[in-house]
Design a binder for this molecule. Structure first.
Ligand code: NAD
Ligand code: USQ
Length: 429
């Protein structure tokens, strides 16, 4: 199959491109290399030494014995005409869409990064959908969404895969006449509760997908993925020139990979607030396998968007820190939470679709120590410790110096001018 990987130079996209190429597909990476430019802007670098894209692609062809992989530089948010010509000329059959600004802290840094995140992500997704329609090709689109669209409050139930069954008791008919109460049943998109501008763009993506699936009968799968951890997959481990990206800085580093790097260099693990936040996780090897499964199981034209929860386990942040303290002899530090999020939450998630379709998850306890020794310790001399602290603040009040709460169970900071006794600002989750 001919598959385009939009954002194929990134942390999830690169190993996915190699995995699909290794399976015998014709893979084309489409990327504008914006993530490498943001590294320069932030003065941060991947802990692992990632090769330039041309070198990566050439190395894969050499190591794999000539398997099919190409790269084209297109900004999918800006270069609509080139994207459309590419879809038409290349005979693309499936497209995996990773090409978005994906860091919540970066999206909250300042008005420029908020606007960039919304402009880039919304234009990228809408351009992709419009170009599929205009190309006239029956391309299956697989998008990487996030578990964060559901929000991180405590749902009080298992979070379903995208859609919620609801029952409404109606006491009036359509014309407003009072009638005996009756039940109306519907399935709706699960109510959203994004915790950052970045997560908000993924909420908006969902509505674009629903509309184009309904109006243009596009075949779309939206994967609500949890936090990805780990570095290498079977393919990226084949040669050092193929190594995957490992972000550890305060903007792009995600919690578990940050903790792995911090444990390796002896930096106290930076637990935000009480560490009571529960999140969903998945190993990068399982990410690439899930995408393969999603490509092999497309919806039919006219079917609603298929939504799968792409995660394999849930953990509380402080439990992860304690686990690493035990196995890698790390110290743990509670630092003020720079985010506006619930201090504590429960999280239970339905993830049966991928398990039923054959996913065999990599468990955290199996891969964690290996990741510390084989990757984080191996490249620790490349670490710049000044880039570790998370400095992006979520609210104006935090920027004005109102200290964020770190005490157990406290809500985020109350407004500075709030009268004494006024309730604190509502948590995001
Ligand atoms: P990443 O930043 O490493 O990769 C994204 C890639 O997309 C980069 O190579 C970047 O240059 C490219 N890109 C961005 N905008 C583009 C544009 N306009 N045109 C062309 N290319 C563009 O991010 P990642 O961690 O690989 O995440 C990929 C996707 O998966 C994102 O959409 C993210 O929301 C989602 N996701 C990631 C995680 C995670 O933990 N990393 C978890 C859940 C969901
Ligand atoms: N956290 C810490 N210490 C740190 C870093 C983070 O305690 O040093 C906490 C955060 O406050 C938060 C939790 O860990 O409560 C998760 O933070 P994260 O940066 O690992 O994850 P998040 O911001 O949600 O974003 C990441 C990816 C994003 C993806 C999302 C999946 O960057 O692209 O969509 O994970 S999910 O979290 O399921 O929404």
């Amino acid at each position: 199959m001919k598959i385009a990987i939009l954002g194929g130079d990134g942390f999830c996209g690169w190993p996915t491109a190699l995995h699909l190429s290794n399976l015998g597909h014709d893979v084309v990476i489409v990327d504008n290399l914006s993530r490498r430019r943001i590294d320069e802007e932030l003065g941060a670098e991947s802990l692992t030494p990632i090769a330039p894209i041309e070198e990566r692609v050439a190395a894969w062809r050499e190591v794999s014995g000539g398997k099919s992989l190409e790269f084209v530089n297109i900004d999918v948010a800006q270069d609509y005409d080139r994207l459309l010509a590419f879809l038409r000329d290349e005979g693309i059959e499936s497209m995996v869409h990773f090409a978005e600004q994906r860091a919540a802290p970066y999206s909250m840094k300042n008005s420029t990064t908020k606007r960039y995140t919304v402009d880039n992500n919304m234009n990228a997704t809408n351009n992709v959908l419009t170009a599929i329609v205009e190309s006239g090709r029956d391309i299956h689109l697989v998008h990487l969404g996030t578990m964060g669209v559901y929000g991180y409050g405590t749902a009080g139930m298992k979070i379903p895969e995208g859609y919620l069954d609801i029952q409404v008791t109606a006491r009036e008919d359509e014309f407003g006449n009072e009638v005996e109460p009756y039940q109306v049943e519907q399935q709706i998109l699960y109510p959203t509760n994004p915790g950052s501008v970045y997560h908000l763009t993924k909420v908006l993506d969902q509505h674009l997908f629903a509309y184009y699936a309904k109006n243009d009968r596009l075949r779309i799968t939206d994967l609500h993925q949890g936090i990805v951890w780990g570095t290498n997959t079977a393919e990226t481990a084949m040669d050092e020139r193929l190594i995957n990206r490992f972000d550890y800085d305060g903007d792009y580093g995600t919690v578990l990979n940050r903790f792995l790097m911090q444990a390796a260099v002896g930096y106290p693990l930076t637990v935000h607030g009480t560490g009571g936040q529960t999140r969903a996780f998945i190993h990068i090897q399982d990410t690439v396998r899930c995408i393969q499964i999603a490509i092999e199981n497309p919806p039919a034209a006219g079917e609603r968007v298929k939504i799968f929860n792409q995660m394999t386990e849930t953990h509380r942040v402080r439990d992860l820190a304690q686990l690493l303290a035990r196995i890698a002899d790390a110290k743990v530090e509670l630092v003020p939470n720079p985010r506006n999020e619930a201090a504590e939450n429960e999280l239970h998630v339905v993830n049966e679709t991928f398990l039923d379709l054959g996913l065999n998850p990599t468990k955290l306890e199996e891969g964690l120590l290996l990741e510390v020794t084989d990757i984080a310790r191996k490249y620790k001399d490349r670490a710049d410790l000044s880039k570790v602290p998370a400095t992006s603040l979520w609210t104006k009040h935090q920027h004005e110096g109102v200290p964020p709460s770190i005490a157990a169970g406290d809500s985020p900071a109350a407004p500075v001018d709030a009268p004494a006794g006024a309730p604190a600002a509502a948590p995001a989750g």
